[in-house]
Design a protein around this ligand. Structure first.
Ligand SMILES: NC(=O)c1ccc[n+]([C@@H]2O[C@H](COP(=O)([O-])OP(=O)(O)OC[C@H]3O[C@@H](n4cnc5c(N)ncnc54)[C@H](OP(=O)(O)O)[C@@H]3O)[C@@H](O)[C@H]2O)c1
Length: 255
């Protein structure tokens, strides 16, 4: 599968690094960005780079568009004449854009390519993304599922769930990191150096996530470490008294 990525910003670059890490040959990847400086590192890795979106799309089986939402209509207008709708699929990574918008922008005399709206998070870079795919058009097997499957977990969802998915998993990376920062600051107060505290907390969070990935139940795992009258239950209750659960839910569903 030949892949083109339009936009070498935070998401486009993270996807590219993840794909290379997953074993995609640099020659199978092309990237476009208006400013060449963001492409240099990929050029050095052997990726085909260009400042011309149309050139990047040539011979790609799937075109990933990872630009800011307000730039998207212009990028689509620019490439739609050169896209082969019958075999080139498009994967749009943009928050706040609807399937109907995309169908309208891609429409060419009533035809559209296979389009999906995809919502990865920045952990695509280390192939641990939680990616959501909304198939917008096309009945055949969606190529996004295979592509993002190389970069972590993939869930195909209905479009109505996309805002919730974005909050939980894309913004969620920031929320999880904020927990890690808070716990690290506590670790410094307890006597560890900041860098040590952060790596201890990160490994602890990774361990907790791995337990869940192995099918364990979160509350059952918590029960295992809460000795009656012990330190953990005192800590959990103090966190709840300070509004931990409510603060997290409020963050996911702000007023
Ligand atoms: N960051 C996340 O966690 C996340 C998660 C899910 C989805 N998203 C979505 O991903 C999209 C990209 O976000 P981002 O965080 O990667 O933004 P970003 O870092 O600003 O990257 C956007 C890139 O698009 C390039 N660009 C601008 N105009 C272009 C054009 N006409 N053709 C090709 N490339 C162009 C920019 O180039 P220059 O800077 O050189 O002008 C920049 O490198 C957004 O729509 C966002 O909603 C982001």
């Amino acid at each position: 599968m030949k892949i083109a990525i339009l936009g070498a910003g935070a998401m486009g670059s993270a996807i590219a690094y993840g794909l290379l890490e997953s074993g995609v040959a640099p020659g199978m990847l092309s990237m476009a960005n208006p400013h060449h400086d963001k492409l240099k590192a990929f050029e050095e890795l052997g990726v085909t780079v260009t400042t011309d979106n149309k050139e990047a799309c040539q011979s790609a089986d799937i075109v990933i568009i990872a630009v800011k939402p307000w730039v998207l209509p212009d990028v689509i207008k620019e490439i739609k004449d050169t896209l082969h709708y019958n075999y080139q699929a498009v994967s749009v990574v943009a928050a706040g854009v609807s399937g109907e918008d995309l169908k309208g922008w891609f429409d060419y005399n009533g035809y559209c390519p296979t389009i999906s709206l995809s919502m990865p998070n920045t952990a695509v870079k280390c192939r641990e993304s939680m990616t959501f795919v909304v198939p917008v058009t096309g009945n055949e097997r969606n190529p996004d599922i295979e592509l993002y499957g190389r970069l972590g977990e993939v869930k195909v969802i209905e479009e109505r769930l996309l805002p919730a998915a974005t909050s939980l998993a894309s913004c969620g990376i920031a929320y999880a990191l904020r927990y890690i920062r808070a716990a690290s600051e506590g670790g410094v107060q307890l006597g560890f150096r900041a860098s040590e505290a952060q790596s201890i907390v990160a490994q602890t969070v990774k361990g907790a996530a791995m337990l869940l990935a192995n099918g364990e139940h979160a509350e059952a795992e918590i029960d295992k470490v809460t000795t009656p009258g012990g330190l953990t239950i005192r800590g959990l209750n103090a966190m709840e008294k300070a509004g931990f659960t409510q603060a997290v839910i409020k963050g996911l569903i702000p007023d």
